[in-house]
Design a protein around this ligand. Sequence first.
Ligand SMILES: *Cc1c(COP(=O)(O)O)cnc(C)c1O
Length: 425
Amino acid sequence: MERLTWGGVDCLELAKNFGTPLYVYDTGIIKSRCRELRETFMERWENTTVRYASKAFLVKEMARLIKDEGLGLDVVSIGELYTALKADFPAEKIEMNGNAKSHEEISFAVNSGVGRIIIDHPDELKTIEKFARDKGIKQKILIRVAPGVDAHTHAYIATGATDSKFGLPVDISEGSMLNYSIKYAMASENLDLRGLHFHVGSQLFDPDDNVKGLEKTLELVKKLKDTFGFTTHELNCGGGFGAVINPSVSPVKCADFTDPMMKLLYNDCKKYNLEVPEIIIEPGRWVISEAGITLYKVENIKELPELTYVAVDGGMADNPRYALYQAEYEAVKVEDIDAPVINPDKKFSVVGKCCESGDILIDDAKLPSLKAGDIIALYNSGAYTFSMSSNYNRLQRPAVVFVENGQAREVAKRQTLDDLIANEI
Ligand SMILES: *Cc1c(COP(=O)(O)O)cnc(C)c1O
């Protein structure tokens, strides 16, 4: 019987010491992803930058790790920005995205000195300009565009189509949002329009959609130069690289995405006679998802004629991703990771303890025989789980533990019952 270890730490011990559900991250894997980004992207191609998309997973200790690894940070709210600043993340290496930023968020971002604000609506221009003027600075901004690429992924995580809620359509005719925004920003004394941003979608395994997004955006770069004399100094190509379901599947390589993109970039810049802009990428899940597992305790097993329910002590409150867009997971029994999968023709569903039938973690799981009290681990659950968690059914948000080289340390405590009522009057 081989037990599951993560970062060299026995997962049964982790469950015992920190309780379940439990988010466990192998920081060795996170660091190796950061290294891969540096070595196969930033060091191979000049004038390139990586900003980790912190919405995938952020606690203060994660911000410190990303800072130590020499990457920048992408935030989309005042809360993410505040967390990063509280971890002493340098503001100039932070960019703020978001399709509905409030005045409060923009004010906080400008006054904190964030490096870039990526505008997603023309109305933001005046707001940023006002706060920048009050502060006496020229705020660097990019404009997010929707390049009209419909990414091959679940509709809820595709973001680059022309009817997306994100970005401005690439139409530059008189009266269009983009036409107005470019002219406004170019004329402003307090805005420094550095370039463009696009993000086609998430959980992608083929670079085609990103390459197509870049191709369309470079056409726009050329048009902006011809029409407005505008030079794009920076081009942010978003994130989206996929994460694989379990550790036995080879991970996506960063270079499989970035090499074809960079080749197209050099090619098209030559073709259009453009200066090559700085290229920024913002991977989230690819950095963090495979480094994370979630440990759950089996509360009970309900055998029905057609299927068997394995009910665990967490669920959609700590991981709503199946409920949101049918994200796929695989689990193992922590005590015996090679235990044979039973009843391959009978469906096993791993479900949570929340009061929703959609509270599913794995709809059709391959699992060995289990009993109440067993611990299971959900692989590839480091992204958009802690960050999307809620207190539904007044469940307490689980703790987060970082593991590496046989050592475990808690970086976020489990919420207490008093935390649940702390803001109530
Ligand atoms: C969500 C998002 C990302 C990160 O996506 P991943 O799939 O986690 O890599 C990057 N940039 C923007 C603008 C996003 O919305």
